[in-house]
Design a protein around this ligand. Structure first.
Ligand SMILES: Cc1cc2nc3c(=O)[nH]c(=O)nc-3n(C[C@H](O)[C@H](O)[C@H](O)COP(=O)(O)O)c2cc1C
Length: 312
């Protein structure tokens, strides 16, 4: 049981807030929202808290399966107790599938890679597997391949981050959760840029200094322009926008990150695209989405990077 909790706690969470509390009772694990860790400015509805907890649920589920037990997951099982987000019931013995075993092994390897990725393409079967698992959870995925859709995402990311940077509440929240030395939040080395001067991302990556500043694709006047990295961009969404679908999106995200990590593929969330309601709605309409975007990832083959820490 302890190994299941430890693995669940390695899930990604917005600003590494780890907004969950877990408790075991025999063969049962309860995962509750820890509202004291909800981001007041970036996440007033708790959507990102639920996505983060959904990822922890999926990590716990895969860890339970890797121990050779059945695992039934019940989301939001008690309407009178809204912060009880999930109950995992460990059942009879059943051997894990090879995929479940590989993904559970990837839990300790996965991390958010904010550095440059190479030009090597992410294998199609990885993206197909992610789409299949997401569909089982009622979550759709979409790769943003077309130049016009990538331009839309880039524009939304820029505008959203500019709006965030202009609000002192964003700066205060970032100050609280970055440069931390304890077991929550983002330690300085996990967000320090290690990008070489001759390479930039085509999409703006969150500037954790809070200034929405990004290296220019045009470079300095007296230097050759840097090469522009065009990573695979993968969006997750749901037909409805409510707590159950936020948890499901988090589960799909957790599975996706582990499937990627199991073959050495890195990923980084492009959070600002979905942080703010106005920009999120723009993404939805300009891309003609059926339903609601919940998450966007950049994916590719990276280099080794510093890790965040956990409470346990
Ligand atoms: C809902 C959500 C939003 C996130 N947004 C961003 C983001 O915009 N930029 C980023 O670099 N990482 C983002 N992350 C990644 C977290 O910062 C990361 O998971 C956390 O710090 C723990 O680190 P780890 O993933 O390396 O274990 C996000 C994660 C979640 C679950």
């Amino acid at each position: 049981m302890a190994v299941v909790l430890d693995c669940a706690a390695l899930a990604p969470s917005v600003h590494n807030t780890q907004p969950w509390q877990m408790r075991t009772d025999g063969d049962l694990i309860e995962l509750r929202a820890d509202r004291s860790r909800q981001l007041g400015y970036l996440d007033p509805t708790g959507r990102q808290l639920h996505v983060s907890c959904g990822a922890a649920i999926e990590f716990g589920y895969l860890a339970a399966r890797s121990t050779g037990r059945e695992c039934a997951v019940s989301l939001l099982p008690d309407p009178s107790d809204p912060d009880l987000l999930a109950v995992l019931w460990l059942g009879d013995n059943r051997a894990p599938t090879p995929t479940e075993r590989d993904l559970a092994e990837a839990i300790a390897l996965r991390y958010t890679d904010r550095g440059p990725y190479s030009d090597r393409a992410v294998p199609d079967d990885v993206i197909a597997d992610i789409a299949r698992r997401a569909a089982e959870l009622d979550v759709w995925t979409r790769t943003l391949d077309e130049a016009a859709e990538r331009r839309t995402l880039i524009s939304v990311l820029y505008d959203a981050e500019q709006a965030e940077a202009a609000d002192p509440r964003y700066a205060n929240e970032l100050a609280e959760w970055t440069g931390t030395e304890g077991h929550v939040g983002l330690p300085a080395d996990s967000i320090a840029s290690r990008w070489p001067a001759d390479r930039v991302s085509q999409v703006p990556l969150r500037d954790f200094s809070g200034h929405a500043e990004h290296p220019s694709p045009n470079g300095q006047a007296d230097e050759p322009p840097p090469t522009v990295e065009r990573d695979l961009l993968l969006m997750f969404g749901t037909a409805v926008d409510e707590r159950g679908s936020w948890l499901a999106a988090g589960r799909a995200l957790g599975w996706a990150l582990l499937r990627a990590a199991s073959v050495g593929v890195s990923a980084q969330p492009l959070g600002p695209a979905i942080d703010l309601p106005v920009e999120r709605a723009r993404l939805r309409y300009e891309l003609g989405l059926v339903g609601f975007p919940q998450f966007v990832l950049r994916m590719g083959y990276g280099q080794d990077r510093p890790r965040t820490r956990r409470q346990h």
